[in-house]
Design a protein around this ligand. Structure first.
Ligand SMILES: [Zn+2]
Length: 453
């Protein structure tokens, strides 16, 4: 398996995104977590940008010792010297120099010629290299740069001492095949490229950042730049958790390894959201609130029988405490029965039919049926019934003490705890007002599919 270097830029590119700025103590907390997560490089900030950025890079460099700590600099001596100053205390410092190379950036932003760009890049890398062994260069807007000129610049910075060449899709414009081809073009045409690490830095303006990063790796890139929760300029950067788990779940197609402790992914995501106050979209892959939630009845039924039916990775493998079975109108009886049991109510099939009918009506009205709603519903059904002895419908019920019984949840989730059985009391059932499905007497495992989908 080929080893991929994970370059985390949550604290630099991520921090540049609206609403995500962090102060020094917050960045420090996050940096410690990134260290625990196992990232190889932490881009800690852009030291010339502000006093706060400088202080954060300095503070992180002083205490986070395992990963490489990178500081960003434009291709000019002022920036490079400031970055180096901030990195003084680092065990493994890296200066990351960038300079735009696309004609549109040269003409309108920098107002310099290609020749001037080339000379400035060489001069900047020589200066950085005189200060620090580990130097990365990024030709900004590489994907909109003339490929011949791009190769010329890359060859020049490699000769000047760059050890990593990062190819940024700064504006999130490229596509996977095109980006893979660009990496191949660079590998085929740049002298000395085999002596340096090629890196990819993708933005998500077209939702392709992760796909583009993986395409770059397939074409020979061995470092990816990414962020927790995919935060970053505009639509964000490639999401670290998605790249890492794609490799972890599909080694047959993506035979690469990283040092990431995947069970720290969810905690890292939570910490970042907590610090920035920016929540993750519920359906976000890997770390979204719904990434391991199942509502559809057929899915819930399958999940309860074997989680592998609908999960390609376990929630535990990315640090999510447990799968969530959300009770809504798409839920099946299997899931409903289990939740009732966890709440201290154990029903036979006929009773469960009745509860289920009420449940579906309720779920249509309130979308998500919480435990408290379910308990009210059960209690209402039980009150309606005459205390008759219909032995077909013995309900094993117990006094409602939800927290206590939630804690006494049976280990397997399938069995009935001794506690619940020993405390069961009988209750009559008036099923007449809720005509049963004629099929109910003959149900097999398939029925949840009919009810729930
Ligand atoms: Zn970027």
């Amino acid at each position: 398996m080929e080893r991929i270097t994970i370059f985390d830029t949550t604290l630099r590119d991520g921090e540049q995104s609206p609403g995500c700025s962090m102060n020094v103590p917050e960045k420090l907390r996050m940096a410690h977590h990134l260290d625990r997560l196992g990232v190889d490089v932490i881009e800690a900030g852009f030291p010339i940008a502000s006093e706060g950025d400088f202080a954060a890079v300095q503070a992180i460099a002083a205490v986070v010792r395992r990963p490489i700590i990178a500081g960003l600099a434009r291709a000019c001596s002022k920036d490079i010297e400031r970055a180096w100053q901030a990195l003084q205390g680092a065990a493994r410092p890296r200066i990351h120099v960038f300079l735009a190379t696309s004609d549109i950036h040269l003409k309108y932003k920098l107002r310099i010629s290609r020749q001037q760009c080339l000379e400035q890049a060489i001069e900047a890398i020589r200066l950085a290299k005189s200060l620090c062994d580990d130097v990365e260069f990024s030709p900004e807007d590489a994907t909109r740069t003339d490929p011949d000129f791009l190769c010329q610049v890359v060859e020049a910075v490699v000769a000047a001492g760059a050890t990593t060449v990062n190819i940024p899709d700064t504006v999130g414009y490229t596509t996977p095949v095109e980006f893979g081809e660009l990496i191949c073009t660079i590998r085929e045409n740049v002298r000395g490229i085999e002596n340096v690490t090629i890196s990819a830095h993708c933005h998500d303006d077209l939702g392709l950042a992760v796909a583009n990063s993986l395409a770059a790796i397939a074409a020979g890139a061995r470092q990816v730049e990414c962020t927790i929760n995919g935060i970053g300029e505009r639509a964000g950067n490639a999401s670290l958790e998605e790249i890492v788990m794609a490799m972890r779940v599909r080694p047959d197609r993506l035979a690469y390894e990283t040092e990431i402790a995947s069970e720290e992914l969810f905690p890292a995501s939570q910490m970042l959201s907590e610090i920035t106050g920016v929540a993750v979209q519920p359906n976000k892959a890997i770390i979204g609130r719904n990434a391991f939630a199942h509502e559809a009845g057929i899915h819930q039924d399958g999940m309860l029988k074997n989680p592998l039916t609908y999960e390609i990775m376990t929630p535990q493998s990315v640090g999510v405490p447990d799968s969530k079975l959300v009770l809504g109108k798409h839920s099946g009886r299997h899931a409903l029965g289990l939740r009732c049991e966890q709440l201290g109510h154990q029903f036979d099939r006929h009773q469960l039919d009745e509860v289920y009918r009420h449940f579906v009506v309720l779920a249509d009205q309130i979308k998500h049926v919480e435990d408290v709603h379910l308990l009210e519903l059960i209690s209402a059904i039980q009150k309606d019934r005459p205390a008759a002895a219909d032995d077909r419908a013995q309900v094993k019920s117990i006094p409602l003490d939800v927290p206590a019984f939630a804690a006494a949840r049976p280990d397997s989730g399938h069995g009935h705890s001794k506690l619940l059985r020993s405390m069961s009391v009988s209750s009559g059932a008036g099923l007449a007002s809720f005509p049963l499905n004629p099929m109910a007497e003959h149900h097999g495992d398939q029925e949840d599919y009919l009810w729930g989908v």
